[in-house]
Unconditional design. Structure first.
Length: 149
């Protein structure tokens, strides 16, 4: 898998679009935007992607590592297909044959790790919601003050 760290979310979105071999216009269509201007504004760094935009990206591209998109760490894409742990692979790893029960225990450990990783992604998205709510909360009082003048 490709691992890349970019400094801004704008760069990461641009890289994602290129890695999917899409144009920004086609990418915006896949996200359900009625006008691509919203995406172009994000890609140029004029506006931050909204929670809804990030959620759309995560929903449409379920192979995307949201940790990479939000923080710039990890891989661009996650392995989305289920991995079957074979007894041969475990035998090679443990230097000997294992029982069916041991194989099932290894598979359970692997699946628990996948669930934990998904929980991390959910936690990151919840953090993003809090940040966006704070930003919205700070914008609303400023708008009220400017309208009062």
């Amino acid at each position: 898998m490709e691992q890349t760290s970019m400094t801004t979310i704008y760069e990461r979105l641009s890289h994602l679009i290129q890695s999917k071999k899409l144009t920004p216009y086609r990418f915006s269509q896949e996200l359900g935007f009625s006008k691509p201007a919203k995406l172009y504004s994000i890609l140029k760094g004029k506006t931050q992607p909204s929670y809804d935009t990030l959620l759309s990206i995560a929903s449409v591209y379920d192979d995307l590592d949201c940790n990479w998109l939000l923080r710039g760490t990890g891989n661009v894409l996650i392995q989305n297909s289920p991995v079957i742990i074979t007894s041969e692979a475990v035998n090679a790893e443990t230097n000997g044959p294992i029982t069916g029960l041991e194989l099932l225990q290894k598979q359970v450990q692997f699946l628990e790790k996948q669930v934990h990783d998904r929980d991390d992604v959910i936690a990151l998205l919840k953090e993003q919601i809090v940040v966006l709510r704070d930003v919205i909360g700070s914008i609303k009082p400023a708008q009220v003050e400017s309208n009062a003048l």
